[in-house]
Write a protein that binds this ligand. Sequence first.
Ligand SMILES: Cc1cc2nc3c(=O)[nH]c(=O)nc-3n(C[C@H](O)[C@H](O)[C@H](O)COP(=O)(O)O)c2cc1C
Length: 214
Amino acid sequence: MDEVKPYDKDTFSIDSDTLLNFIQFRRSIRRFKDNDIEQEKIQKIIEAGRYTQTGTNNQDVSYVVVREKLNELKNLTYKSLKQKGEYILANLTPETEHLKGYANMWVNMYNKYQEDPAKNDNLFFNAPLAIFVTSPSPLNGGLSSSNMELMTDALGLGTFFSGFTIAASKDNKEILDLLGVKDGNQLISCLVIGYPDVRYQRTVPRKEANINWI
Ligand SMILES: Cc1cc2nc3c(=O)[nH]c(=O)nc-3n(C[C@H](O)[C@H](O)[C@H](O)COP(=O)(O)O)c2cc1C
């Protein structure tokens, strides 16, 4: 019970307009400074995940923080995507035709990364940190991931969700072993995190909400 805090109106509430502005201003960051991320900031991002609600209060979300082994992860991820790309290109059917663009992109990304990893890191964009969220429940893991992203922004850091890294990890024993993902747990998201080297001036437009009022 040590971590339980009594309610305090001033520090426990957010104005709804401020919250909406924060959500509307959030952007994916793919350009990072060379700085490392402080341990306290990583803990705070995970705390945002830890306190996210879970179905039946299962609290079944876990995290893999990748720093020291980031280069190893990157090499395996590029290799896996290249192999997946080559397989798709060699076995094209009308059902997989729509994947041709991705397949070519993954093979090209691998080749460019081999030429000059520092200049051509189009998967992790030279970020110093990746945090994977794992859970048996996509919804629980997804909810945590989203709160973690907001916390990342609030800490002055930048992030994007790397769906390509999740795709690379699917059925890839080397990557799953490196991350220590056990049976029953799924990789839900990969937040690539660093100090942003870009500053946005305004929000972006979005499609109208598709709402069925009944
Ligand atoms: C599930 C998911 C997977 C994503 N995968 C990638 C990815 O692999 N590479 C990337 O550069 N961006 C990725 N993104 C970022 C999206 O491209 C981005 O959120 C979207 O274009 C909207 O832009 P914004 O985040 O700047 O508002 C992903 C986002 C989500 C939610």
